[in-house]
Design a binder for this molecule. Structure first.
Ligand SMILES: [Zn+2]
Length: 255
């Protein structure tokens, strides 16, 4: 399996990163898509990915850290993408859940990163919290849909529009929450060739211990719940989601 979205570079993993990677690999998770969230983390992620080849890096400017970004970071990101191994541009996107993040400024960074993805022929890793329509409109304006939305939570109507353009989605620990019935219905609706699985660790720990640190090994539990929702075997779900992830991030030709 491949974890399609995990922040393994986060400082909360500094003390035991290698042990946790090993634990996840023993449980069947071979690779990890790790998106940086700001230029200050690029060097660290690059170094980690050179030490451990299971870490596949992507680079972007996350809307959550909007106030740490500078306009010159766009140029830096562009230069970085052109000179380093990477599988995507991201994590980027829009966050309308957090009220004090300036929407216009978020849009500026997001539009610029869509252009960088387009120019460098790279897929996008998207964050679309309470902002699915706005993210869709941004992609439409740029006429670029080579994107996956992580921790997706939209309506069926929104989902149909995104699927028409071949956009992919990933789901994580929320699948294991018995109260998350809306997401469960949504997941059943998706065609299997559009879905990847993620932990988003160290965030989004599994029900009911939301406050605890989420771990890479939890991808296995997420896959088990997902298999149950889809009425498929774990093996089939592992094969299908791995195929989607490898194809989307072009891991087959890169390795
Ligand atoms: Zn993330």
């Amino acid at each position: 399996m491949i974890d399609a979205h995990i922040h393994l570079d986060d400082s909360r993993f500094d003390d035991d990163r290698e042990a946790l990677i090993k634990q996840a690999q023993d449980a069947g998770v071979q690779k990890f898509i790790v998106p940086a969230v700001g230029v200050n983390g690029f060097e660290k992620l690059k170094n980690l990915s050179e030490v451990n080849k299971a870490i596949i890096p992507a680079y972007g400017l996350h809307p959550y850290f909007l106030n740490q970004h500078q306009k010159s970071d766009i140029q830096r990101l562009n230069d970085w993408l052109q000179t380093n191994d990477r599988c995507a541009v991201g994590e980027c996107g829009l966050d309308y859940f957090i009220k004090d993040l300036d929407k216009n400024l978020q849009q500026f960074y997001f539009d610029a990163q869509i252009e960088l993805a387009k120019k460098n022929n790279l897929p996008l890793i998207l964050h679309a919290r309470n902002a699915v329509d706005a993210v869709y409109n941004s992609l439409k304006n740029a006429d670029y849909f080579n994107a996956m939305i992580h921790s997706y939570n939209g309506s069926i109507e929104q989902t149909k529009k995104l699927l028409e353009h071949g956009i992919k989605f990933s789901f994580g620990g929320v699948l294991c929450n018995p109260k998350a019935t809306k997401i469960h219905e949504l997941v059943k609706f998706f065609p299997s060739d559009s879905i990847m699985l993620e932990t988003d660790a160290p965030d989004q720990n599994l029900y009911p211990d939301f406050k605890l640190r989420n771990l890479p090994v939890n991808l296995l539990k997420i896959a088990q719940y997902y298999a149950e929702l889809k009425g498929k075997t774990l093996q089939r779900v592992e094969d299908e989601t791995t195929e989607v992830t490898e194809t989307f991030f072009r891991l087959k030709s890169a390795s």
